[in-house]
Design a protein around this ligand. Structure first.
Ligand code: MD6
Ligand code: FE
Length: 220
């Protein structure tokens, strides 16, 4: 029997590392709703290339929703309450996205996750993300919930130091990686997107990362 995109069952949680859980297929059944939500955000705050402090331009295009959005320019990285392109607040986080992210976090053992930011990355063929760690958030006790849509990618899962060898992890449409605990500051990245075609997103991969940018995390 072959399963299509729309009837794929989510698989049991898989522990990747200390504090890191992969929920394969969590978002697959509702893929079209995820995509619709991102398109509505995109209509208000379009994907754009960002410069890194060194002066280069990222190959991944970025947008945000929620109270805070991650931005990068020659001055550095930070969370901003306004979209520097429009001067307006970022689009509100759609309730569907928030609910799904909170549910995924809870399934992974992180009750009380309350995201105030969602960074959205768009990869075209060849786009990549170098090894980095996410350290611009206020409280590293809070996990990050990462959702992959569209074309598959090879995700690099390193260690707490940059020089530690990285494992390769395939992330495909609908996979959700919940990333926290002792591994919250692990180095990670994405290899150049290989050419391919996805029935919902064509030549693209989208990644959404839900974060607690400014809020403190408590499990109550
Ligand atoms: C991506 N993700 O999957 C890039 N960061 O395209 C990340 O950089 C990331 O997936 C923090 C936590 C989870 C992630
Ligand atoms: Fe990251």
């Amino acid at each position: 029997m072959s399963l299509s995109l729309f009837d794929a069952e989510p698989l049991p949680p898989e522990v990747i590392d200390d504090g890191v859980v992969l929920l394969r297929g969590f978002a697959a059944q509702q893929g079209p709703q995820w995509i619709e939500a991102v398109q509505s955000i995109q209509a208000q705050a379009g994907f754009r290339a960002m410069q890194v402090p060194g002066g280069k331009t990222m190959s991944v295009a970025i947008s945000n929703c929620g109270d805070w959005g991650w931005v990068s320019d020659l001055q550095g990285y930070r969370y901003s309450a306004v979209d520097p392109q429009s001067g307006r607040s970022w689009p509100a986080m759609p309730a569907f996205l928030r609910q799904q992210a909170v549910e995924a976090a809870a399934l992974a053992g992180y009750a009380g996750f309350a995201p105030d930011a969602c960074l959205i990355n768009r990869y075209e063929i060849g786009a990549r993300m170098g090894l980095h760690r996410d350290q611009d958030e206020a409280d590293f006790a809070a996990p990050i919930v990462s959702v992959s849509l569209g074309l598959p990618c090879t995700f690099l899962w390193g260690g707490l130091t940059r020089s530690q060898p990285a494992r390769r992890l395939q992330l495909t449409h609908g996979d959700v990686l919940v990333f926290g605990g002792a591994s919250r500051l692990v180095y990670h990245g994405v290899q150049p997107l290989k050419s391919g075609w996805h029935e919902l997103l064509g030549h693209e991969r989208w990644n959404l990362t839900f974060r607690m940018a400014k809020a403190g995390y408590s499990v109550t």
